[in-house]
Design a protein around this ligand. Structure first.
Ligand SMILES: CC(C)(COP(=O)(O)OP(=O)(O)OC[C@H]1O[C@@H](n2cnc3c(N)ncnc32)[C@H](O)[C@@H]1OP(=O)(O)O)[C@@H](O)C(=O)NCCC(=O)NCCS
Length: 146
């Protein structure tokens, strides 16, 4: 059974490190992890944490209104493509709508673009490079709060 739950910042570190920081000399910790408006979601199978996502209240000049940024989206390798990431994003969207957030945005790796596009996210602007990780695109979705 898949369960989606709120988790602590520290709970996200292992999956972030293994999946998002493999051979990359950057910390698995993100600025904003402990901010009061931040929340972290985990997808569990049989009690084991498999997929993580972090939502941080963070504004970009690309957008207007109240904004959250998705960070640290990762699913353990053996479980990718089984619908866990999608469940996390849908839960995050539900919480953000309750909080009357207007826009969810993030910087997406090229390998994940299709995942986000399937969930209705759109690319904004040009591609750009993040050192050690590679090419990214900013993506976003506007909720119908305004
Ligand atoms: C990208 C990632 C977070 C997606 O999580 P996931 O749990 O594997 O995704 P899901 O199984 O919920 O996928 C939902 C849909 O997106 C598709 N999808 C997922 N990852 C995809 C990818 N990399 N390319 C193309 N399609 C993808 C799935 O096939 C599924 O399609 P369906 O709804 O038609 O069946 C995960 O694969 C991952 O951790 N990748 C490595 C780290 C990474 O790149 N993170 C994103 C950083 S921006």
């Amino acid at each position: 059974m898949i369960e989606i739950k709120l988790i602590s910042p520290e709970d996200t570190y292992k999956i972030r490190r293994v999946i998002l920081r493999k051979n990359i000399p950057l910390s698995e910790k993100s600025e904003g992890d402990f901010d009061k408006d931040t929340f972290h979601l985990g997808a569990f199978i049989e009690g084991e944490l498999i997929s993580v996502a972090t939502l941080i209240k963070n504004e970009s000049s690309f957008f207007e209104g109240s904004q959250y940024r998705l960070r640290g989206m990762a699913t353990s390798e053996n479980y990718q493509g089984k619908g866990l990431g999608k469940k996390l994003i849908l839960k995050a969207e539900e919480i953000l709508k309750e909080r009357k957030v207007d826009v969810l945005w993030f910087n997406a790796r090229i390998v994940a673009l299709e995942f986000y596009k399937k969930l209705g996210y759109k690319i904004i602007g040009e591609e750009f490079d993040i050192q050690f990780i590679g090419t990214h695109y900013t993506m976003s979705k506007k909720f119908k709060n305004v």
